[in-house]
Design a protein around this ligand. Structure first.
Ligand code: SF4
Length: 206
């Protein structure tokens, strides 16, 4: 029988296997480029991903593998991957469960849905927000080519920076306030005075 400690280790291993799967630099998910590229880069390259971010990534993995359909878009040697919860009457529908209904759609969800419309070759889509109490609100969109071109450009940038092991520039936005990498981006660590050789070897009195 697994003890409590072993269960914890097993669960952690299971989460690790989910979030480290498919880290091919040439395969980029639409939801990785809909958010800050720097965050997505850290999520692929950091040895230790913060606990909250691990749960977000795990949820994303389960979503990609259990829900609806998945489609790929190829551009040069890059593959952009989109998913849809369902496609009804030629419209891509995405559902999101939230604590409070938003008055406007999340920008990242809009970018991801727009890319899905192009990748699934559909003209229209809807974002549906649901609360656990059963309230809902929906936003419909028609696809926008310029936004999709920008999404592809961002995917190419992330792909290139991953290959070169270069961290993307900051993308300051509201997302930063809840980002687990906030400290990495914004908090300057105290810089210690560089000790001279004299000090190290005790050749100079302080
Ligand atoms: S803190 Fe902001 S800029 Fe830094 S990784 Fe997070 S979202 Fe991106």
């Amino acid at each position: 029988m697994l003890g409590e400690r072993s269960i914890k280790d097993t669960v952690n291993k299971a989460i690790d296997s989910m979030i480290t799967i498919e880290r091919d630099d040439n395969r980029i998910y639409v939801d990785e480029v809909a958010v800050c590229l720097r965050r997505s880069y850290y999520n692929r390259r950091e040895r230790s991903i913060p606990a909250k971010e691990r749960l977000i990534l795990m949820k994303r993995f389960m979503y990609r593998n259990s829900m609806g359909r998945r489609e790929e878009y190829h551009v040069e040697d890059l593959t952009l991957i989109a998913s849809a919860d369902t496609i009804v009457d030629d419209a891509v529908i995405k559902f999101d469960i939230v604590d409070r209904l938003p008055s406007t759609p999340e920008p990242a969800s809009l970018i991801a849905l727009n890319a899905s419309l192009w990748i699934f070759n559909k003209e229209e889509g809807a974002l549906v927000y649901l609360t656990r109490d059963g309230d809902s609100i929906q936003f419909s969109i028609t696809r926008d080519k310029r936004l999709f071109d920008e999404t592809i450009r961002r995917a190419k940038v992330l792909n290139m920076l991953l290959k070169d092991n270069r961290v993307p520039v900051f993308e300051p936005s509201e997302e930063c306030m809840n980002c687990p990498y906030y400290e990495k981006c914004y908090i300057q660590h105290k810089r210690y005075e560089n000790p001279t050789l004299e000090k190290i070897f005790g050749l100079r009195r302080e």
